[in-house]
Write a protein that binds this ligand. Sequence first.
Ligand code: ATP
Ligand code: MG
Length: 508
Amino acid sequence: MKSETNENLCQLELNVLYEIAEIMAASRGEIVLSLEKCLSVLKKNLDLDNCVIYKLEEDILQIFASINFNKHQKVISEYRLGEGATGLAAKSMEPVVIENVHNDILFLNKSGNRSSDTISYIAVPMIVENEVLGVLAANLTKSTKIGFEDTVRILSIVSSLFAQSIYSFLVVENEKERLTDLKKYYKMEWDSKVHNFGDIIGESKKMKDVFKVIERIAPSDVTVLVRGETGTGKELVAAAIHKRSKRADEPFIKLNCAAITDTLLESELFGHEKGAFTDAKETRKGRFELADKGTLFLDEIGDISASAQVKLLRVLQEREFERVGGSKTIKVNVRLVAATNRNLEKMVKDGDFREDLYYRLNVIPIDLPPLRKRGDDIKLLVNFFLERAMRNHKKAVSITDEAMEKLMRYPWYGNVREMENTIERIVLMGDENGISATDMLLLLPALKNENLVDEYNAIPMENKTLDELECEAVTKALKQCDNNQSKAAKMLGITVRQIGYKVKKYGL
Ligand SMILES: Nc1ncnc2c1ncn2[C@@H]1O[C@H](COP(=O)(O)OP(=O)(O)OP(=O)(O)O)[C@@H](O)[C@H]1O
Ligand SMILES: [Mg+2]
C-alpha cells in the first residue's frame, strides 16, 4: 500500500465527503441507488474493492446496497450477528479490521467475490441512536493508497451518514406502510357495514325530508352539520353522506371530539412531529391527513375548546395546517361532516362557540328529529330491530299488541340507540308467547308513568316561566308517586334534598 501525505489525505477525504453529501442530498427516496453511487465514489477515490452495505434485519445482515455483486452473490452473502468479521462488527458495534484476509478465519468471504488483489477487509458498523442498522464493508487491495487507520476513519464518518439516511428512509417507509394499512383498515371496516337508505329506517315525513337533503347534498363537497339528540342516527347519516359521495372509495375517518383532552385533540386532528410533547415518540399523521381525498366526521363538535376552534377554522378556510410541533404546512382535500347534540346557536350567543366557525360548519344543517316525534317510525324500527335481533340470537320472540302499545308511548330519550338496546334485551328475555306488559315494565322502568309521551309533548311551553313549569313537573311527579318524595326525585332525575327544597319553594 502506498502512503499519502497528510495534505493529500485531507483533500481526498473532503472530496469523498463532498461527493457523497451531494449524492445523498439529491437522493429523493431512491435510497439504494444513491448508496450504490456513494459506494462507487468510495471505490474510486480510496481504491477499495467490493464495497457493500449490509442491513441488519432480525439478527441477519443482508446486502442492502453493493457494487460488483451479482444476484446470486447477494443472496448467499448473509451473515448472522457475530458471524465472521461482518457479523462481529455489528455485534461489537466497533470496526473490525482483517489485515491479511489470506490467513484469518474471521474472513469468511461467503460471496466468493474477492479479487486476487485483495489484501485486507474492513467492516464498520452503521449506528443510529445506539442501535446497529447495518454494516459498511470494503476490501483493501494492493493499490489502496491509504492505510487501515485512515480508511477506518473515513469509512466510519461515511457510515454514520449512510446510517442516518437509511434510518430516515425506514421511518418514511414505516409511515407509508402504516398509512396504507390504516386506509385499508378503515375501508374494510366501512365495507363490512351496509350503508344505504335501506339501513336508515324511516317513513315519517320528517325522515323523508332528511333523506331528500342527503340525496341532494351528498355528491358535492359541501360541509354538513348533523344535529339531533343522542342516538338519533347522526353518525349513520354522516356515513350515508360519504357513501353517496364521489369520495365513497376513499377513507371515512371519525373523531369524537368530546372523548379526548384538549391537547390530545389537536394532535389527533392535525398529527404531531416527533418530540412535539413528551409522549410524541414518533411523527404521526392526524385525522385530517388520514382523511385526505375522503370524508372526516367530527362528532360532538360542540365540545371543542376555544383554541381548537381557532385551528379548525383555519383548516376550513385555507384547507391547510401544521402538525403539532411542526412548521411544514400540510394541504389536504377533505370533506367535512360534523355532528352535535348541543345547541350551537345558544353556545354562540353565550360566547362558547365561535360565530365564524359556526357559519363555516353550518353550511348544510341536517336536523334529526327525536324518535318520539317520528310517529309510526317507532313501530317500523321495533320490527326492524326485532327481526335483526332474532336472526342474531336465532330465537323467535313476539311482541304483544299491548307491549307494542307501551313501546309506542315510551318517550325514548335515548332515541334509536335506546330502542336498539331495548329490543335486544326483549329478545334475550322473551319467548314465543310474547313479551308481557310486566316484562316491559322491567325493561322500561319509565313506563310506570303512563302516558309519558303524551304528557311530555303536551306540556304547554308558551307563556310560562321556568319556575311555573318546574312547579308543574314536581306536582305531577309527586302525584304519580303517591307523594313519595324519594320516588318522585328519582323520576325527575334530582336528589331528595333538591325535591325537598322545591316542595318548600312552591309550597306544595
Ligand atoms: N333510522 C335508523 N334506522 C336504523 N338504525 C338506526 C337509525 N337511526 C339510528 N340507528 C342506529 O342507532 C344507533 C345510534 O345511531 P348513531 O350512533 O348514528 O346516533 P348518534 O346520533 O350519533 O348518537 P350519539 O349522539 O349518542 O353519538 C346506531 O346503532 C344506529 O345504527
Ligand atoms: Mg354519534
